[in-house]
Each structure stands twice: as C-alpha cells, then as structure tokens.
Ligand binder design. Structure first.
Ligand code: KG4
Ligand code: ZN
Length: 339
C-alpha cells in the first residue's frame, strides 16, 4: 500500500500541537507548544487564555511540523484534528485551522476523539501492538478502564464517578503548595517520601467494582492538612505526596489487573497524562509481570497531550473511510466511542 501521510492538530487544553505521521505509526514530526508557564501564574488552566494562545500558536506550530517532516501540505493525504472532548474555546481553534487547511488544500478532514488519540499513542511506541487489549486511560479530565476491541472501538468497563485521576493529582498538589501542573510535581516530590507514612482510603464504588472515585481521597488529604495545621503539627510534604500517590496508583493497578484477569487479556496498555507517572508505570509493570501479561505504555512525551497520537488515531479512522464534513464542530463533552 502507498504511504499515507496525516497532518494532525491538537488543541483541546493547554498544548498547541501539530504532527505529521506516516502510515499511522511513524512520527515524522511532533511539535508541542506548551502553555504551562502561562497558566502556572493562575494555578491552573484559564480557558480563555488557552484559546487566545492557541490562536497565536496554531499556524506557526503547523508550519513547524510540516517543515520538520520535510513535507508540504500538497503531499499530505488527510488532516486529522481533535474535535472533543476538551475546552470548547481551545478545541475550536484547532478545528477551525484543520478545516481551513483541508479545504484550501483539497484534502479529507477527519475529526478525532482526544481519548482515542491517547490510546493510539501506544501504537506509535509499540509497533507490534494490535487490538484487542485492555487499557487504562488516565488523564486530567478522564479516568476510564476500557476494552479496546478494534481501532477506535471501545467497551467502557469502568470510569470515575467524580474527579479524574489527573485532577486529583492537580488538586492535591495545589493543597500542598506544589503548584501547577500537579502530576509531575507530586511524582517528583513522592520520590523523597515514604508511601506508607500515611494511610489514605482507597475508595471503592459500591456495586461497581471497576469504577473509580477520587474525591474522597482528595478530601482525606485536605482533612489531614487541616488537622495538622490546627494542631500546629509539621507536615512532611514528601511523605504526603508519596502516600497520596500510592493510594491512587494502588486503586488504578488493582482495577486494571482485575479486568485483565476476569476477561483473560494477555495485554494491558496505559494511556493519558497520568500514565507518565513513574510510580504508576512501575506498579502496572510489576503487576503485569507477575500475572504473565504484556504491559504497554507510551514514553512520557506521548502520554501527555500531543498531536502524533491524533495522527495515529486519525490514520485508522481514515482507513475505515471516516470523513468529517465542513460543518465539523467542537464537541466539548464528546463521550468515548461516540462520533
Ligand atoms: O492527558 P493530559 O496531558 O491532558 C488531558 O487530556 O487531560 O493529562 C494531563 C494530566 C494533568 O492532570 C497532569 O497533572 C497529569 O496528567 N500528569 C501526571 C504526570 N504528568 C502529567 N500525573 C501524575 N504523574 C505525572 N508524572
Ligand atoms: Zn489529553
């Protein structure tokens, strides 16, 4: 089959990203313009500031991706763009840029589901990986345990009832005063601490063994901090970070392994920003090894938001014949598996 080149655009949150991907799994360029420094000032992503920054960066980032890949717009076979879920104003920038480029160059346009992209990051890193497999998707906005039945085809087994795993990391980091973005800060701090120093609750959802709940854990951390403050007791931030992280990692690992065992999967993948957490990677790896299950996870740069993953997911949609019309719109609360 002839080589297929996908130009991909991602702007769902605070990263303006563009990539050129060959045949779904070979990344020719992967340009990411992060807004982290900008949002750090406010302790979190400010949607309107994110949108404005995307407007400024989207064309330069796309140009850079084409240049790095050494291809022109004419040589591209299709334009793939994230159209949901995410911040509406942020998504609209990428969607509009993608539409304009596809229209001007006379190329097909493919709207891609952001979470489908996160899962697809595994295909880039692990050339031999093919569905079906079980996958834990953990990002700033999503926590899902799914069966990946085929490319772009999912069966949702469990999801969070309240906060997403990444959201819990971010909120707890803010409470300890580690700042934004919380995940990497807690990850680093936890390395200096004792994960068994403080026993935090591992939330279970009654009657739904695969579902997650992180708001109780977040409250437990806040209560711990308030209690210490009221009693004038010192708080060991490193122990707190390590103990909180362990509580999250243990639940994510237990649920993932339960799914793998119950359905007889021999392959487990992890995806999304939180999958770059060093403790989670180590825990899943060890549990899989023990269970004789192959474990897959993208390198950290492909776990957090990027456009290469959108190019990969877009390629498989392209092969299926999926095309978006000129009326493609942003869908901020797009559900996994929905088109
Ligand atoms: O996938 P992502 O880049 O964006 C969304 O789609 O949400 O995920 C961002 C989330 C943030 O909550 C961030 O704190 C978390 O992933 N994260 C981490 C780590 N790196 C990023 N969480 C834990 N440990 C990390 N090393
Ligand atoms: Zn994401």
């Amino acid at each position: 089959m002839e080589d297929k080149l996908i130009l991909a655009i991602e702007s769902s949150c605070d990263e303006t990203a563009a990539a050129v991907v060959k045949n779904g799994r070979t990344v020719l360029s992967n340009v990411i313009s992060s807004q982290i420094a900008l949002h750090t000032l406010y302790g979190g992503v400010v949607p309107e500031i994110a949108s404005r920054k995307h407007v400024e960066k989207v064309i330069p980032v796309i140009n850079e991706a084409l240049k790095e890949a050494g291809v022109t717009l004419k040589e591209i076979d299709a334009v793939a763009v994230t159209y949901g879920p995410g911040l509406v104003g942020a998504l609209l920038v990428g969607v509009n840029a993608g539409k304009a480029l596809a229209y001007a160059a006379g190329k097909p346009l493919i709207g891609v589901h952001h979470i489908e992209g996160h899962v697809a990051a595994n295909f880039i890193e692990h050339k031999e990986l093919e569905p079906p497999f079980a996958c834990l998707v953990v990002s700033g906005g999503h926590t899902h345990l799914v069966e990946v039945l085929d490319y772009g085809k999912f069966n949702i087994i469990g999801h969070t009832r309240d906060d997403a795993a990444g959201e819990a990391f971010d909120k707890v980091a803010r409470a300890i005063g580690l700042g934004y973005p919380g995940g990497p800060k807690i990850d680093a701090k936890a390395k200096e601490g004792n994960p068994d120093a403080i026993r935090f609750p591992k939330a279970k959802v009654e009657g739904a063994v695969y579902d997650f709940s992180f708001s109780g854990l977040k409250s437990a951390v806040l209560n711990y901090l308030n209690h210490a403050k009221m009693n004038n007791e010192p708080v060991n931030d490193a122990d707190l970070a390590a103990s909180f992280q362990k509580a999250v990692v243990d639940v994510l690992t237990e649920h993932s392994m339960a799914l793998v065992k119950e359905r007889g999967y021999k392959k487990l993948a992890a995806a999304g920003g939180v999958a770059s957490n060093s403790a989670l990677r180590a825990s899943l790896e060890a549990a899989c090894k023990k269970a004789g299950v192959a474990f897959y996870v993208p390198s950290p740069i492909l776990c957090t938001d990027n456009a290469a993953m959108i190019g990969c997911a877009g390629y498989y949609e392209y092969l299926k014949g999926v095309r978006s019309g000129p009326d493609l719109n942003a869908v901020p609360n797009l559900k996994l598996g929905e088109r």
